[in-house]
Design a protein around this ligand. Structure first.
Ligand code: SAM
Length: 370
């Protein structure tokens, strides 16, 4: 098998599972494309030679791609707890002649990260399920200026299907709503920020996205009590009214638009999901590599990042008014004509993001409805 120029000695599987001898999921290629471009962008900005750790590596594909595609890496630690995975990582490194700057280990990721106390520049956590088990050890393993990437695939809890599990794992309440996946990412970022800030390290998300069956955040880390304190302003609650679809980062009991009762989610991250400049740099890299799907995702993310209010689904609002949802392009124009910002969202093909109040959105939908 081959992925982006890296050869892998693996048997292709229709449906890779946690029971696979060596796990490899080709559907996660966009995750890896964006992760590679993000690390390359971070490395260039830092101007340093980086020590990187792919702590839960399976076939090693992620670590191998870092070695193959990112300049300025001093060393990449590639680790998995499973002996079959470690054997496969070794084979794949040999196959590609990439062993020179790699150090392969078979350890529990938390143990490996603890052994590397304050000595890593970038840690990648890509587990089965939730990354919360590894947040603390990652925070401790990183240098005072560094970066980290976390994947979460426990979407049932994060997106509101299992709220108790979410409260237990992430100490936050999710909501099962049309924009529940955005809230899930915001909960993941909040929990990452909290874990890091216990060590006076500010974890700042520079790219956070959702795709298929996972959420992912790539963030920069700075040891700074002041920055941690400033970022606390971006942790809060969301109130949501199921009647009129109003939502806001406010901790209130009544809907500000229709007076109905509200449901709440949080605590969660209320700030931006992407840094414009960082996202622009990643996009250029993806474009120059021809990684089109990933580039298109980042383009949408970059355009929507200025508006933090969770996205809307036009059909949900249209049905609450009793009309047919309009074409998205027409609706976005109508919202902009009313003097508000509006964009597509990478979260949903029919979704849109705007800073317009719900009353204005409802009127824009009424006037453009089919
Ligand atoms: C989702 S897979 C990793 C996929 C890989 N990062 C990629 O991009 O293809 C998760 C891996 O974590 C490994 N793993 C599970 N628990 C671990 C632990 N405590 N320490 C290290 N590795 C672990 C599993 O054996 C599995 O190979």
């Amino acid at each position: 098998m081959e992925e982006r120029g890296v050869e892998l000695e693996l048997e292709p599987e229709e449906e890779p599972t946690t029971d696979s001898e060596v796990f490899y999921n080709e559907d996660m290629i966009v995750n890896r494309d964006i992760s590679v471009a993000s690390l390359a962008e971070y490395q260039e900005r830092s101007g340093e030679e980086l020590k990187v750790c792919d702590a839960l590596s399976a076939s090693g594909v992620r670590g191998l791609r870092y070695l193959n595609e990112v300049d300025g890496l001093e060393e990449v630690l590639i680790n998995d707890i499973k002996p079959e995975a470690v054997e496969n990582i070794q084979k794949n490194l040999e196959l590609n002649g990439l062993g020179e700057r790699a150090a392969v280990t078979q350890k529990d990721a938390n143990l490996l990260l603890t052994e590397n106390f304050r000595s890593l520049d970038y840690v990648d956590i890509d587990p089965f399920g939730s990354p919360t088990l590894y947040l603390d050890s990652t925070a401790r393993s990183l240098r005072h200026e560094s970066a980290a990437g976390f994947t979460a695939t426990d979407l049932g809890p994060l997106y509101g299907s299992y709220p108790k599990v979410c409260e237990r794992r992430y100490s936050s309440r999710p909501l099962k709503v049309e924009f529940g996946h955005e809230l899930g990412i915001r909960i993941l970022i909040k929990e990452t920020f909290r874990a890091f800030s216990r060590y006076d390290r500010a974890f700042e998300p520079v790219l956070a996205w959702h795709e298929q069956h996972y959420s992912r955040v790539f963030g920069t880390v700075e040891e700074s009590k002041k920055q941690c304190n400033r970022m606390l302003d971006d942790i809060g609650y969301l109130s949501f009214c199921r009647e009129c679809r109003w939502r806001a980062y406010e901790d209130v009991e009544q809907c500000s638009a229709c007076g109905g009762t509200v449901e709440k989610a949080g605590p969660l991250w209320t700030g931006k999901l992407a840094d414009d400049e960082f996202a622009g740099g990643v996009r250029e890299r993806l474009d120059s590599q021809g990684y089109t799907e990933a580039e298109q995702l980042i383009e949408k993310l970059q355009k929507e990042a200025d508006i933090s209010t969770p996205f809307y689904e036009s059909h949900e609002i249209a049905s609450s008014i009793g009309v047919q949802a309009p074409e998205r392009k027409k609706l976005l124009e109508a919202v902009r004509e009313r003097g508000f910002r509006a964009s597509q969202t990478h979260f949903s093909p029919q979704g849109f993001r705007t800073d317009a109040p719900i009353e204005e959105i409802r009127e824009a939908i009424e006037t453009t409805a089919i």
